[in-house]
Design a protein around this ligand. Sequence first.
Ligand code: F6R
Length: 365
Amino acid sequence: EKNGYPHFMLKEIYEQPKAVCDTTTIHVDKDGMVCFDNLNWTKADLENIDNILITACGTAYHAGLVAKHYIERFVKIPVEVDIASEYRYRQPLTSERTLCIVVSQSGETLDTLEALKEAKRLGARSIAVTNSIGSSIAREADYTIYTLAGPEIAVASTKAYTTQLVALLLLSLYMGQIKGTIRPELIKDITSALLTLPDKITEVLKEKDHMEKLADSLKDAKDIFYLGRSIDYAIAMEGALKLKEISYIHAEAYAAGELKHGTLALITKETPVIAVATQSHVASKMYSNIQEVRARGAEVIGIGYDDDPELEKYATDTVRIPRVDEFIAPILSVIPMQLLAYFTGIKRENDVDKPRNLAKSVTVE
Ligand code: F6R
């Protein structure tokens, strides 16, 4: 059932072109516009939403952090993203003018389910993004969007995460389409880019041997820092989580602009840094941050576009992704980080499919 792959995690990383293709094609019509069966929202429905709450746990929460950028840009409604176990125990300002979006691969995570129930109790409308048909969360939400990732067996989420990003991007385009806050041409540009994304993922997967080699430089580290700005910060958080759970190495993601507010004190030649630089409006800032950590002796693996001549001037090693729309870049830039976590775990002889102390579906608090 591993289809010739040594582990489910690697198999699932390699299933991403198909998972992304399937999740895109069911929601894009022949004109390149976005459709969700039976959602039938009107402009008035969206004008009745003042704020959007995204709540989830772990990797799904990280997908929510990316979606905040999507929704605020395309739908012009403020978004807060909260960890489900935090949301359910605070006194949130959720109301009937809130749209609550929950994200859960399994659809059974207890904290996420309870957060959804709490948001509904306070009057919110709700949408679930899940990979599991008929799951508790799918049944509880007013509307469910399915990611078509297929079964994810490895504890570490890979293809579920990338398909969550696709589903959330499509949802934000759909809302912007109805509300009239995004030009139809831009919707078509992004959906057509999503339709060609599977081939680009296949390109990035060719970095496998490179990632296996780079894992040698990480496997004996005690601490590893992941840096990014804007959407790349959210991706850095996902990269760090993946490394922690599979390699058992302490990793921390930092908004690169925060470095000098404390973390820079921890950077030495013993702390490898992974820097993601795909967002042009903050690219020059990222390059300065890379120089700052290099100046403290850190080796830097830079992840950026294959046509970016700048990154290799500053990073010790660079990992290239094909040039894509900057909103789509996270779906590509996370893949080298998944591979890096996988190979670092393998080199440390960990059980990468079943990391210690973790369960695939967390149905207890
Ligand atoms: C990390 C991972 C977890 C899950 C989290 C939520 O790789 O898999 O962080 O993302 O437990 O699970 P779901 O999405 O099933 O609610």
